[in-house]
Ligand binder design. Structure first.
Ligand SMILES: Cc1ncc(COP(=O)(O)O)c(C=O)c1O
Length: 423
């Protein structure tokens, strides 16, 4: 192996210094070891266990055998990469979501950076939940409205109303109907597993902001495919499609692939085509992904999708019940559930287990065949360290039972070692 030219050494010295400071507080993986594939999946975003689904595999293989295009799209949508397959998938998704316009993106990250980086204008204001995804922040960071973006406390209707009133006082042009207030939330939050109180937020908006002067954006990354009729998501589950202006559905989680679609108005779509840099300056989705997405949609929208969603709910309820019983019987110092725990059951497949020792617990679980990710500060606030468990339609009930038995064993062992250390 040839060594790099020495002019890089000053760069490396400076990078090394920053890395040393960072890794002393944040455990970062080297990404050189894969999780053992035998581990029961209690941690991925593949909620419906569709990524390795046999029916998806079969229909994909059948479809690609007859496809004239298979690999790269050969350019951005603005150039050679706007093919009939991209248009066909968009048209299918537009019908399925029953929306006026849709726009495909290469990822949920690109969709959020595109929307927030181009749609809010100078003079507009943005009100966002403090836990929205990094991709929304990255879009807002380059937005013309970036100086007028304000967070409210996570899922708090009281904080929402308070910050809304402050924002409106600072931006009288919104109530004067000359500018727009953007409200940004996620449907299901991935770290806490809790749902946005969207109807409450809409009620507050109606009280303070004239209709037509606000634009609600919901990121459905963690709910698309698993909620709503035919997997249409949280907004559809609540029947609020005519109250929410833009929705981001990503394909990397319950839909088992990669990419995203924004459902929105025709004018927002046109604006994105003109100004969304990730859309304009990047090669569009390859054909094999588009074909696989068509097959994934067939499953999500059909009877198998319904079965998988039902199974996911049953298993989530089962696991939630076991967890609630468990925390009643183990020392509180070992772990606890967040205050929202009762609301998690049976709807959310995401279970945060708060523990002061997330790395020790994750290591213990890994030793017993369960890949587990410790989530420590600063990914979550101090005192909120956790492991995050995700239930999947393909989990066996016995795996969940075994997992809870291991949690109990670990908690008791911690308790016993704490006692012996104090004796
Ligand atoms: C809430 C949310 N939005 C957007 C994204 C980005 O989606 P993608 O992985 O498709 O880039 C993620 C990914 O983790 C997410 O959790």
């Amino acid at each position: 192996m040839k060594s790099l030219p020495s002019m890089f050494s000053s760069l490396h010295t400076s990078l090394q210094g920053i890395l040393n400071a960072r890794t002393s507080t944040v455990p970062f993986p080297t990404l050189t070891d894969a999780l053992p594939t035998s581990a029961p999946d209690l941690f991925s975003n593949d909620y419906l266990s569709i990524a390795n689904n046999g029916q998806l595999r079969q229909s994909f293989l059948k479809r690609i055998a007859h496809s004239s295009h298979l690999f790269g799209s050969r350019g951005s949508r603005m150039l050679a990469g706007n093919t009939s397959e991209h248009i066909a998938l968009e048209s299918r998704l537009q019908q399925y979501f029953g929306t006026e316009a849709v726009m495909l993106f290469n990822s949920g990250y690109d969709a959020n950076v595109s929307f927030f980086g181009s749609i809010p204008q100078e003079g507009d204001a943005v009100l966002f939940d403090e836990l929205i995804h990094a991709s929304c922040h990255d879009g807002l960071a380059v937005s013309r409205a970036r100086k007028a973006a304000r967070p409210f406390a996570h899922n708090s209707v009281i904080s929402f109303e308070m910050v809304l009133r402050q924002v409106l006082a600072g931006c009288p042009q919104i109530v004067a109907r000359k500018a727009t207030l953007f409200v940004v939330v996620e449907s299901l939050y991935s770290m806490d597993g809790d749902f946005c109180p969207l109807p409450d937020f809409l009620r507050v908006l109606d009280r303070y902001v004239p209709s037509g002067c606000y634009h609600v954006v919901v990121d459905e990354a963690h709910s698309t495919g698993i909620l709503g009729p035919g997997g249409r998501g949280f907004v559809a589950e609540l029947g609020l499609q005519d109250r929410v202006h833009t929705v981001i559905h990503t394909f990397g989680k319950a839909r088992g692939l990669t990419g995203a679609v924004i459902t929105t108005s025709p004018i927002v779509r046109r604006f994105l085509i003109h100004y969304a840099r990730p859309l304009i300056f990047s090669t569009s989705l390859p054909h094999m992904n588009l074909i696989a997405l068509q097959c994934s949609c067939d499953i999500i929208e059909g009877p198998l999708g319904d079965q998988l969603r039902t199974r996911l709910q049953e298993l989530s309820a089962h696991f939630g019940g076991l967890l609630l019983e468990l925390v009643k019987t183990v020392p509180k110092t070992a772990f606890s559930l967040p205050e929202t725990a009762n609301q998690l059951i049976p709807f959310s497949p995401i279970f945060p287990i708060l523990t002061p020792q997330p790395v020790a617990l994750a290591t213990y679980l890994e030793k017993h065949g369960y890949g587990a990710t410790a989530i420590a500060f600063p990914a979550v606030p101090r005192g909120q360290e956790r492991i995050r468990v995700v239930i999947h339609a393909g989990n066996a009930e016995s795996d969940l039972d075994n997992f809870v038995a291991l949690l109990r064993h670990w908690a008791m062992a911690q308790h016993a070692s704490g006692w012996s250390a104090r004796l």
